[in-house]
Design a protein around this ligand. Structure first.
Ligand code: MG
Length: 222
């Protein structure tokens, strides 16, 4: 495991702290919304779709009015841009919910597929929106995005039990987490997910995440 991540685990262990990590994109940061708006400005919006509709079409990969190769190239640049990273809007209610959650289970860090080159910009963004000032674990710059989800799952599993789980919007992580993983995934924004032995708690909204975190703590007798 990467030295930064090993040091992060050791620090939590030495302090005796256990807590949650939180994902960034589409969990705290409405990244796709920003990108859809920028792409519409650059490449047009011939069907006059709202930005929300553009987001849905992007998620469904149903964007025939844009050149896929141009969008892909622009996306890679965007993901490396510190300026853009600082501009993303936040997911509605995430700031207030995280503040409350932090009183129930400590938020000990952030775990993201974003690469390390935008870590400082991400930290500035988190501070701007009042999120807890905790370490941001980012994908090593030399690790390809397509290998990122395996890295993220391995990292989460490695950090257990100091990191008891995460709040994340992606289903893909379940393809990589070992079935022996004992942590809890608060699955934000999703109600549908594949059957699994993993401890998955679906939460449609940030209010739901807060409620489910409380229920989880009560069930553990905390
Ligand atoms: Mg995400």
């Amino acid at each position: 495991m990467n030295a930064d991540i090993a040091a992060f685990k050791k620090q939590l262990k030495d302090k005796g702290t256990k807590g949650l990590v939180i994902d960034l994109d589409e969990t705290l940061s409405w990244t796709v919304y920003y990108m859809a708006g920028e792409l519409a400005k650059l490449y047009g919006n011939p069907q006059n779709l709202s930005v929300e509709e553009l987001c849905e079409r992007m998620n469904a990969r149903d964007i025939p009015f844009w050149n896929v190769e141009e969008v892909r190239k622009w996306g890679i640049q965007a993901l490396e841009s510190e300026e853009m990273t600082e501009e993303y809007p936040i997911m509605e209610g995430s700031d207030k919910a995280v503040e409350k959650i932090n009183h129930v289970i400590p938020v000990v860090g952030y775990l993201t597929l974003r690469q390390t080159s935008v870590r400082d910009a991400t930290k500035r963004w988190l501070a701007k929106h009042g999120f807890p000032d905790e370490p941001v674990i980012t994908r090593p710059n030399n690790l390809k995005l397509e290998d990122g989800m395996k890295w993220k799952a391995d990292t989460l599993a490695y950090l257990y039990p100091q990191v008891i789980g995460s709040i994340d919007d992606t289903l893909d992580i379940f393809n990589y987490l070992p079935s022996s993983y004992k942590g809890t995934i608060f699955l934000y924004g999703q109600t549908d997910y594949p059957k699994s032995d993993l401890n998955i708690i679906p939460c449609k909204t940030w209010d739901d995440v807060y409620k489910k975190v409380i229920e989880h703590q009560l069930a553990r007798g905390a």
